[in-house]
Design a protein. Structure first.
Length: 202
C-alpha cells in the first residue's frame, strides 16, 4: 500500500515536470533586467535602426556620437544649441562642438546650431563613419561636418534626405580629406564662399 502511494506521487511529479518542460520559452515572462536598455544616459531607444537612440540635449547627442560601440542609430527631433560648448582642443584637437567615433547614423529633424562658436559643428574622427539624414538643419560658424584636418583619417561621410547645411568656410560647409564623401541629397549654403558648398579631394 505504501509502495503504491509512493509510485503514485512519483508519477504525478514526473507528469508535472514533463508539462513544464513543454512550455515554450517565449511564454515565460522576461524580467525588465533582461530587456535591451538604452546605452545613453537620459535618452531612450536601444540604438538599432528600428529603435534609434532619441536624444533631446547636447550631452545626450555627444554621448551617442562618441559611444564606444562601433554602430549606433541616433535620432534628434528637437533643436539643440551648441553655442555654449567650448571645443576641448587639448583632448580632441578636432575644433568641433561634437565629435563622432565609430560608425554612427544620425537622423536630424530639428535644428543643430553652433553659429556662435569658432568651430565646426560635427567632426568625424579617425576611423569613424557618419551617415546623416533627416529633414532638419545644421548651422555652423565654420563647417557643418568636417573630416579635413591633417590629423584625421576618417572612413567617410554619407549625406541623405532633405537636410539643410548652412555655414561659412573656405573649404565648404562639408569638408572631407582622404576619405569617402557620398552626397545623395541636401541643400548646401556657404554664406561666404557660395561657389564652394563642399570640399572633397577624392
Amino acid at each position: 500500500m505504501k509502495n503504491s502511494k509512493t509510485k503514485k506521487i512519483l508519477s504525478i511529479l514526473l507528469a508535472v515536470i514533463m508539462v513544464v518542460g513543454m512550455i515554450p520559452a517565449t511564454a515565460i515572462p522576461v524580467s525588465a533586467a533582461d530587456d535591451a536598455e538604452c546605452p545613453i544616459a537620459g535618452a531612450t531607444g536601444t540604438g538599432t535602426e528600428d529603435d534609434p537612440v532619441i536624444v533631446d540635449t547636447y550631452d545626450e547627442l555627444q554621448a551617442a556620437l562618441g559611444y564606444e560601440d562601433s554602430e549606433l542609430y541616433i535620432q534628434m527631433d528637437v533643436d539643440i544649441d551648441c553655442e555654449d560648448v567650448v571645443p576641448d582642443d587639448s583632448l580632441y584637437s578636432y575644433s568641433a562642438s561634437l565629435v563622432v567615433f565609430g560608425t554612427k547614423t544620425l537622423v536630424i529633424n530639428g535644428k543643430l546650431s553652433s553659429v556662435a562658436v569658432d568651430a565646426h559643428t560635427i567632426c568625424v574622427a579617425t576611423d569613424a563613419y557618419l551617415t546623416v539624414s533627416g529633414t532638419g538643419k545644421i548651422e555652423s560658424n565654420r563647417r557643418c561636418i568636417n573630416a579635413i584636418q591633417h590629423q584625421l583619417s576618417a572612413e567617410g561621410i554619407t549625406i541623405k534626405g532633405d537636410l539643410t547645411f548652412e555655414g561659412k568656410d573656405e573649404y565648404g560647409v562639408i569638408g572631407s580629406l582622404n576619405c569617402k564623401l557620398l552626397v545623395y541629397g541636401g541643400t548646401f549654403i556657404n554664406k561666404e564662399y557660395p561657389a564652394r558648398p563642399f570640399y572633397n579631394d577624392n
